[in-house]
Design a protein around this ligand. Structure first.
Ligand code: NAG
Ligand code: NAG
Ligand code: NAG
Length: 178
C-alpha cells in the first residue's frame, strides 16, 4: 500500500515537473479567435506540443519589436519543425501584438524530411490543438495567415451548425415511413 502510494506520488511529481507553461494568458482583441475551447492561448498550446519532443518548454512573452525564432541546428526537433507548432507560435506572437517570421525562415535549420504540415506525435491531454493550426502554410506564401486562420474557424463553425442534407433526408425518410 505504502509503496504504491509513494509510487503514485512520484509519478505526480514527475508529471508536474514536466508540465509545459506560458505566461501569456491573454491575447489582443485582434487575436481573441486564437484562444482555444479550453481557454488556452496558442503560446501554451505551442509549449505543450514542443515539450512532447524535448521535455518541459516555456513559451513566455517576448519584448516589443521581437519575434520567436525557429530552432537552431542543435535543437531542431520533429515538433519544432512541424507547421502546427510554427502556426501556433506565430499566433502566439500575434497575440502579443508582436511580429512573426515566415515558415521558410522558421524551418531554415530543419532537415528536409522533418518539415511536416502534420503533428505526428500524440497530443498531450492537457491541451486542445485548434483546427487552424493544421492549415497548410505553403498555400499562403509560406507564412502563417491570421485572417485565413480566423476565417477557417468561422467556416468550421457554420459547417457544424448546418449538416442540412443528411438531416433533411433523414426526416424525409421518416415521413415516408410514417
Ligand atoms: C474573425 O472572424 C470573425 C467572423 O467569424 C470576424 O467577426 C472578426 O472580425 C474576425 N477577426 C479578425 C481579427 O479578423
Ligand atoms: C514572462 O516571462 C519572461 C521571462 O521568461 C519575462 O521576461 C516576461 O516579462 C514575463 N511576462 C509576463 C506577462 O509575465
Ligand atoms: C534553440 O537553442 C538556442 C540556443 O542554441 C536558443 O536560443 C533557442 O531559443 C532554442 N530554440 C528553441 C525554439 O527552443
Amino acid at each position: 500500500m505504502r509503496a504504491h502510494a509513494l509510487f503514485l506520488a512520484s509519478c505526480a511529481l514527475l508529471v508536474a515537473s514536466q508540465a509545459a507553461t506560458s505566461n501569456v494568458t491573454t491575447c489582443t482583441p485582434a487575436y481573441s479567435w486564437s484562444i482555444n475551447s479550453k481557454n488556452q492561448t496558442p503560446c501554451l498550446v505551442a509549449a505543450f506540443l514542443e515539450s512532447v519532443c524535448q521535455g518541459a518548454v516555456q513559451v513566455n512573452s517576448i519584448p516589443v519589436g521581437t519575434h520567436y525564432r525557429g530552432p537552431a541546428p542543435t535543437n531542431a526537433t520533429l515538433c519544432l519543425c512541424s507547421t502546427p507548432v510554427y502556426s501556433l507560435i506565430s499566433a502566439c506572437g500575434g497575440c502579443q501584438d508582436r511580429n512573426f517570421i515566415s515558415w521558410t525562415e522558421w524551418a531554415a535549420n530543419c532537415p528536409q524530411g522533418w518539415k511536416l504540415s502534420r503533428f505526428l506525435q500524440a497530443i498531450p491531454d492537457e491541451v486542445v490543438v485548434p483546427s487552424w493550426a493544421y492549415l497548410d502554410v505553403t498555400k499562403t506564401d509560406n507564412t502563417f495567415d491570421p485572417i485565413i486562420a480566423n476565417l477557417s474557424l468561422a467556416n468550421s463553425e457554420s459547417t457544424t451548425l448546418s449538416p442540412p442534407s443528411t438531416a433533411l433526408s433523414t426526416s424525409r425518410n421518416r415521413m415516408q415511413v410514417l
